[in-house]
Write a protein that binds this ligand. Structure first.
Ligand code: BDR
Ligand code: CA
Length: 316
C-alpha cells in the first residue's frame, strides 16, 4: 500500500485530486496538511473535512502556514471562489483539524516512519519549506515528492511567465529545490504546460459530472461556475493540474516521458518573479555548463487513458 501525505490549498482541482486518492484501492491517505493558497487556510480547513465527509474517510488533517514566507499573499479566488469551493452549496462538516501544526506534523510523521511516505504538494510550498528548514533530514526520509507547480517553458497562468503555486511563494520553492532536490530521487514536477498538454474535452467533463453519484454531483457543483465562465470566454478544454499530479503519484507507470534538469526560481525580475528556470542545455557528465547538478524530474507526458480512468473511478 502507498502511504500518502497530501499538502493542499483546496481549492476546486485539489478537491478533485483528493477524491482520486481517497477512492484509490492501493493508497492510504495518511495525513492532509493544509496551507494558504487558492484561498486562506481557514477556508481550506472548512473544505478538507467536507471532502472527507463525502468519502466517509477518517484522515487526520492539520492547519498549516497562514501566509507565504516572503511574498505578499495572492489568492486565486477568481478561479476557486472566495470559499475555494466555487460558492457551491456543500454541507459544512463537524470534523475538527488536529491541534498540531501542519509543519510539526510533517516533521513528526516522517521521522516516525522514515522512508514510508510519499508526499504530494498541490499548493504553495510554504509548509514543506518550513518543515525542511526545521528538520533538514526530511529529504532523506521520504520515498518520493511530487509537486504541481511551475512553468517549464514560460507559459504562465498567474502572470505571463509564472504558474500560481510557484508564484504564490517563490522563496519556498527555492528552499525545496535546494533541499529535496539535492540528490535523486528528485522531486517530480507537473508543470502548467504539462497540464495544458493533458486537458479533457467538455464532452468528457459533462459525462464526469453526470455519473449520478454523490461524488460526481460534488465535482459538478464545485466546478460549474468557473467552467461556465471559461466556456463563455471560448476556452475549448478542461485543465486539471492537481488531478494530473495525483494521477502520476497514484500510478507512476502512467508517466511516459520525464527528464532530469537543473531548475531554479526567479526571485527578482521585472516580469519573471515566480518563474521556474529550467536549464535545457546539454549536460556534460551529468553537470550543466554552469556546474549545477539536476534537482528536478520534469514530467512531460502522461498516459491519457490511464489518467481519465483514475478520474472516472474517483466519482463512480
Ligand atoms: C495550481 O494553482 C491552483 O490554483 C490550482 O489548485 C493548482 O494547484 C495551478 O496553477
Ligand atoms: Ca492547488
Amino acid at each position: 500500500m502507498r502511504k500518502l501525505i497530501i499538502d493542499t490549498d483546496a481549492g476546486v482541482d485539489d478537491s478533485q485530486a483528493i477524491l482520486m486518492a481517497l477512492t484509490h484501492p492501493n493508497t492510504i491517505v495518511s495525513a492532509i496538511t493544509m496551507v494558504t493558497g487558492n484561498v486562506h487556510v481557514t477556508e481550506v480547513t472548512k473544505n478538507v473535512p467536507r471532502i472527507l465527509d463525502l468519502c466517509d474517510a477518517d484522515v487526520p488533517h492539520y492547519v498549516g502556514a497562514e501566509l507565504p514566507l516572503v511574498a505578499p499573499y495572492v489568492d486565486a479566488a477568481h478561479v476557486h471562489g472566495d470559499d475555494g469551493f466555487g460558492g457551491a452549496d456543500i454541507p459544512q462538516s463537524t470534523r475538527q483539524p488536529e491541534d498540531e501544526h501542519a509543519v510539526n506534523a510533517l516533521i513528526r510523521l516522517i521521522n516516525e516512519n522514515p522512508n514510508e511516505y510519499e508526499i504530494l504538494a498541490l499548493g504553495p510550498l510554504t509548509n514543506l519549506a518550513l518543515a525542511v528548514r526545521l528538520d533538514p533530514t526530511l529529504p532523506d526520509k521520504i520515498k518520493r515528492l511530487v509537486i504541481m507547480g511551475g512553468t517549464i517553458g514560460a507559459h504562465g497562468n498567474a502572470t505571463a511567465l509564472a504558474e500560481y503555486n510557484f508564484y504564490a511563494d517563490p522563496e519556498a520553492v527555492q528552499i525545496v529545490l535546494d533541499t529535496f532536490g539535492k540528490s535523486a530521487p528528485y522531486p517530480e514536477l507537473i508543470s502548467w504546460e504539462t497540464t495544458l498538454a493533458h486537458c479533457m474535452s467538455w464532452d468528457w467533463y459533462e459525462a464526469w459530472c453526470n455519473h449520478g453519484t454523490d461524488r460526481s454531483e460534488f465535482v459538478h457543483k464545485i466546478s460549474e461556475r468557473f467552467v461556465a465562465r471559461i466556456r463563455e470566454r471560448g476556452v475549448t478544454k478542461y485543465a486539471l493540474p492537481d488531478p494530473l499530479a495525483m494521477a502520476i503519484t497514484l500510478e507512476p507507470d502512467l508517466i511516459e516521458k520525464s527528464d532530469d534538469y537543473y531548475t531554479a526560481m526567479e526571485l527578482g525580475g521585472t516580469y519573471a518573479r515566480g518563474q521556474l528556470m529550467v536549464d535545457y542545455r546539454d549536460m556534460i557528465d551529468g553537470v550543466t555548463r554552469d556546474g549545477h547538478f539536476p534537482n528536478m524530474t520534469v514530467v512531460t507526458q502522461i498516459n491519457m487513458d490511464g489518467f481519465q480512468q483514475l478520474l472516472d473511478d474517483a466519482v463512480k
